[in-house]
Design a protein around this ligand. Structure first.
Ligand SMILES: Nc1ncnc2c1ncn2[C@@H]1O[C@H](COP(=O)(O)OP(=O)(O)O)[C@@H](O)[C@H]1O
Ligand SMILES: [Mg+2]
Length: 381
C-alpha cells in the first residue's frame, strides 16, 4: 500500500486530515461572497485548506482563482495573472477568451509555447510600470463584470497576501480596497503567514484594508481528530501501534500539521516490514528527519555568526529560555544584550527563528534543534 501520509506540496482528498469545520465555514462565507483574511503561522495548512476549498467550491459550481503572490515579482505580473486566471475561470471558449483579452486596454495577449509544445496564451501589461496599477484595477473590474454577465459566483484567493507590502504598498492597498468593495460577484480570501503584518493591515485604522473583511485564524488540528485520521490509515495498512505512543508524535511535532505528516510518513516507511510501530521507533523519528535534512541545516549553519550559533545551541537545549536575562547570558557566556538582540533579529530575518505570541524564540523548523543536538554529540563532524 502506498504511503498515505503526504507532506510538502498540496495534500488533497482522503489524504487531507480534518479541517471540516473550517471548510464548512469558508464555503458558507463564499456562498455570501464574503471577504476573509486567513491567518496562521507557516505550515499549519492554509494552502492545503484553500485547495480543498477550491475542490468543494468547484463542485458547487463556483468559478475559482488561486494566485500566490510569492510567484509574482511586481504589480505588472500580478495584474496579468489575476486577469488571465479570472477570465479563464469564467470563459472556457477560446475564441471568446481572445475577444475578451483583445478588449482590454492595458493588457495584451501574449502567446508562448508551453512545455508540451502547445501554444498558451497569457496576458502581459503592455505599458510601463506606472501603468501597472491601473492595469490591475482594469483587470479586476473586468473580472467582476464578466462574473456578473455570466451570473457566476466567483472566488479569488490570494495566498501569501502579506507579500503585498513588497510592491511598495499604500497606494496599491488603497486602490485595491476601493476596487474590491465594488465587486458584487466576487468573494475574496486573503491568506498569509506573516501574522503581525496581516493583522496590522486589517486592524490598524490607518491602513487601507481596515475591517475590509473578517479574520479567520487557522489553528492547529485537534489531537483527537488527527489521532482518528492517523489511526484509520494505520489500521488500513495493517500497522499496530499503542495509542499513547501515537500521542508522542504530537509532542515531537508540536502539533504542526506539516511536522505530523512528515513524522507519520517516515514512521510508515520504517515500520513497513513488520508493521509494528514501537515506542523506540517513534523516539527515533525526529533524528531520522534531522539526518535527512542535514545538508539544508549545514548550509544555514554556514550563514550564521559565532554568537548566533551559541544562541541556536542554547535555544535548542532550552526552548523557553529568555535570551535577554542576565542569568542566561552568564550561563552561555554571551552579551551584551544589544548584540544578542542584533543576533536574534538576524536569525529571525533569515527565517531560522520566529518569535512566538508568548514572546519566546522558537525554531521555524522543529527538527533543527535535533540536528544541532546531533552535531553537538559529534555525529556529523
Ligand atoms: N489538513 C491536513 N492534512 C494533511 N496534511 C496537511 C494538512 N494541513 C497541512 N498539511 C501538511 O502540511 C504541509 C504544509 O501545509 P501548507 O498548506 O503548505 O501550510 P501553509 O500554507 O499554512 O504554510 C503540507 O504540505 C501537508 O503535508
Ligand atoms: Mg502556504
Amino acid at each position: 500500500m502506498e504511503n498515505p501520509f503526504k507532506f510538502g506540496g498540496i495534500v488533497r482528498g482522503p489524504h487531507f486530515a480534518d479541517r471540516r469545520k473550517e471548510l464548512d465555514e469558508l464555503v458558507g462565507e463564499m456562498k455570501n461572497l464574503g471577504r476573509i483574511f486567513l491567518v496562521s503561522p507557516r505550515r499549519y495548512g492554509k494552502t492545503c485548506l484553500l485547495f480543498n476549498l477550491i475542490d468543494r467550491l468547484t463542485e458547487l459550481g463556483f468559478a475559482t482563482v488561486y494566485i500566490d503572490l510569492n510567484a509574482y515579482p511586481d504589480i505588472k505580473s500580478v495584474a496579468g495573472a489575476i486577469t488571465n486566471l479570472t477570465c479563464r475561470a469564467l470563459e472556457s471558449n477560446a475564441d471568446k477568451l481572445m475577444k475578451i483579452f483583445a478588449g482590454l486596454q492595458r493588457l495584451r495577449p501574449k502567446a508562448s509555447v508551453g512545455r508540451d509544445g502547445t501554444i498558451e496564451v497569457g496576458l502581459e501589461v503592455s505599458v510601463e510600470e506606472k501603468e501597472a496599477l491601473p492595469a490591475l484595477l482594469e483587470g479586476m473590474s473586468h473580472a467582476n463584470k464578466l462574473a456578473s454577465r455570466k451570473r457566476k459566483k466567483t472566488v479569488i484567493i490570494i495566498d501569501e497576501f502579506s507579500d503585498i507590502t513588497k510592491y511598495n504598498g499604500q497606494t496599491l492597498e488603497k486602490a485595491l480596497r476601493s476596487e474590491i468593495q465594488k465587486h458584487e460577484y466576487i468573494g475574496y480570501i486573503f491568506s498569509g503567514s506573516e501574522q503581525s503584518v496581516m493583522l496590522s493591515m486589517i486592524r490598524d485604522r490607518k491602513r487601507a484594508f481596515y475591517k475590509l473583511g473578517r479574520v479567520m485564524e487557522l489553528g492547529l488540528i485537534e489531537r483527537k481528530t488527527y489521532t482518528d485520521f492517523i489511526t484509520r490509515w494505520l489500521k488500513k495498512g495493517g500497522y499496530r501501534i499503542q495509542p499513547h505512543d501515537l500521542q508522542k508524535i504530537f509532542e515531537i511535532g508540536m502539533d504542526v500539521p506539516h511536522n505530523i505528516q512528515r513524522l507519520c510518513n517516515i514512521m510508515w516507511e520504517l515500520a513497513r516490514k513488520n508493521r509494528n510501530v514501537t515506542h523506540g521507533l517513534i523516539a527515533k523519528l525526529p533524528e531520522v528527519i534531522a539526518g535527512q535534512d542535514s545538508p539544508h541545516y549545514e548550509m544555514l549553519w554556514h550563514t550564521v555568526s559565532q554568537l548566533q550559533k551559541v544562541l541556536l545551541i542554547s535555544l535548542s537545549q532550552e526552548p523557553a529560555a529568555k535570551p535577554f536575562s542576565r542569568e542566561f547570558q552568564m550561563k552561555y557566556g554571551i552579551g551584551p544584550s544589544s548584540s544578542v538582540k542584533a543576533s536574534l533579529d538576524s536569525l529571525m530575518k533569515k527565517g531560522i527563528l520566529f518569535k512566538s505570541i508568548a514572546g519566546t524564540y522558537q525554531f521555524s523548523d522543529s527538527f533543527m534543534p535535533y540536528w544541532i543536538n546531533l552535531i553537538r554529540h559529534g555525529i556529523y563532524r
